[in-house]
Ligand binder design. Sequence first.
Ligand code: DC
Length: 233
Amino acid sequence: MSKNLVVAIDGPAGSGKSTTAQLVAQKLGFVYIDTGAMYRAITHLAIRNNALGNNNKIIELAANSDIELKFKNGVTNISINGEDLTDKIRTLDVNKNVSDVSKIEEVRKILVRKQREIGSKATSVVMEGRDIATVVFPNADVKIFLTATIDERAKRRAKEYAENGTEIPVTEIKNNLKIRDQIDSSRDVSPLVKAEDAIVVDTSYVTIEEQVNIILQEVKRIAENLDIDVKIK
Ligand code: DC
């Protein structure tokens, strides 16, 4: 009988998680799930509804959100209650507030439930986030923790923004990353920490191809141990 595999990829902002997780999923033919997009979409709703700072209202917004994720042409498309929010979740305003929204325990419970539901469907998945290997799927078959130096991560984010037509000074991005890292790693609920049994991949000085390859080899090794056939495209 074939079993579905769960590949969990966690790490801080700018560690190369999204690009890496997308390529790994594509090469394995697995479904790619970006859980950060969910926290971002709820943050957008909170901003739009003037709910920042009002946790009860944010929880209510999350509880009434029917979230749909679809990965299309290299982009995670997200809609809530049928409204496409894809273009609204990667703004500076969302970046600045998303860590605070992610700290709310009830919001996390709602989103973790949804993530488990998606991950338990009859397909193998690559799921990326901050707490996938520790909380969402503590029994994930493959657990990867990506890291990179803060300077390298800030440079990457600046390049991403520039490619999308927004010039933001690297120092500003670096400050935003530092604040987010601090909040994400020190929050009481599901902080960003490496799972004990996760494999650390430092992406500061390797190419995307190299880091993707390291993970693919790890998936292959574990799949073989479980007697599961995986094909790398
Ligand atoms: O991966 P990202 O930068 O798009 O994530 C945005 C924010 O969402 C991040 O600052 C922390 C939060 N997040 C989280 O708390 N747990 C997850 N599983 C994914 C993201």
